[in-house]
Design a protein around this ligand. Structure first.
Ligand code: SF4
Length: 92
């Protein structure tokens, strides 16, 4: 095998390894269907009146439908959406 071919193999392997490393965080998100806390800019404190406990995506006691991990009811992220008021008659 020529030196030129060996160099080309090394370059191709390096590119493949780098590409796989870059894809891993995306695969993790794709597997759970949720965004990471970092991507959502999650924080453990509320932002004014906005907090996970009054967000439509919060799932008691400590999870979220769209963000991975343990979620505090007093936390907040950039995906916050106000939870709709409950219908006093119980209709949906
Ligand atoms: S603010 Fe809403 S979307 Fe963001 S982590 Fe809390 S519950 Fe999830």
């Amino acid at each position: 095998m020529s030196t030129h071919n060996q160099s080309r193999r090394i370059v191709l392997r390096s590119l493949l390894a780098t590409g796989c490393a870059l894809c891993l965080p995306r695969l993790s998100t794709a597997q759970t269907g949720k965004m990471s806390k970092a991507q959502a800019q999650y924080q453990d404190q509320s932002k004014g009146d906005q907090k996970c406990g009054n967000c439509m995506y919060f799932s008691a006691p400590n999870s979220c439908m769209v963000v991975e991990g343990n979620i505090s009811p007093d936390g907040w992220c950039k995906l916050w959406v106000k939870k709709p008021a409950e219908d006093p008659v119980g209709r949906m």
